[in-house]
Design a protein around this ligand. Structure first.
Ligand SMILES: O=C(O)CCC(=O)C(=O)O
Ligand SMILES: [Fe+2]
Length: 199
């Protein structure tokens, strides 16, 4: 954290609980972890099936966990790898700030502005009701949009900066969807880590 680190910021939204910690990691720490994770991660590109249509996921992913439990979404089942030293360090930091102990981390690599993550909620049944999801961003800043399921005109846009932590809790996954849209801007790669509790 820098001397001028900003306070955690609570989004003012109905039926959700979202906190943004802009300076969760310093810019130097974020770059350090970005470089390690970019190189050490066995990035994979899976085919996903959404509404009966199959296509290559527009980003690369990897799954890590400490309870051996697989995680399934969009007709893909991923089996967790053992946490690496770098991921364990980040996990400890996330747990210290949030007070929540996570079992699993899904990594996303957005190679450029053409990579994205479509509108979804993280509401898989193995996450249980009102799951807490802690999302760490490293590398290029990217837009992160949220919309209220009942009324899409209620929405929010954040830019998730390198070293930031976004914590989603409570009814957020039940009542909101989120997306990382494509961008026409020339952007460098971004790594996102979502810590979850897989039951
Ligand atoms: O990349 C992000 O910021 C979001 C990732 C995400 O929504 C997910 O993996 O479920
Ligand atoms: Fe998500």
């Amino acid at each position: 954290m820098s001397l001028f680190s900003s306070e955690p910021y609570n989004l003012d939204i109905p039926d959700g609980d979202i906190t943004y910690y802009e300076d969760f990691l310093s810019k130097e720490e974020a770059l350090h972890f970005y470089n390690i994770l970019y190189k050490e991660t066995p990035w994979q590109q899976d085919d996903i099936t959404v509404f009966g249509k199959t296509y290559a996921q527009p980003r690369l992913t990897a799954l890590y966990g400490n309870n051996g439990k697989p995680y399934s979404y969009s007709n893909i089942t991923m089996h967790p790898l053992e946490f690496t030293f770098a991921l364990s360090e980040i996990k400890k930091r996330v747990e210290a700030v949030t007070g929540i102990i996570f079992s699993t981390c899904l990594l996303n690599l957005y190679r450029d502005g053409n990579d994205s993550n479509g509108w979804h909620s993280d509401n898989e049944k193995e996450l249980g009701k009102n799951p807490a999801i802690a999302s760490v961003s490293l590398g290029a800043p990217r837009a992160f949009k949220l919309r209220y399921k009942k009324d899409h005109s209620i929405n929010k846009k954040l830019v998730l900066d390198s070293g930031s932590l976004l914590l989603m809790k409570g009814a957020t996954q039940e009542c909101w969807q989120h997306t990382v849209p494509k961008t026409a801007k020339k952007v460098m790669p971004r790594i996102n880590l979502t810590f979850r509790i897989v039951k």
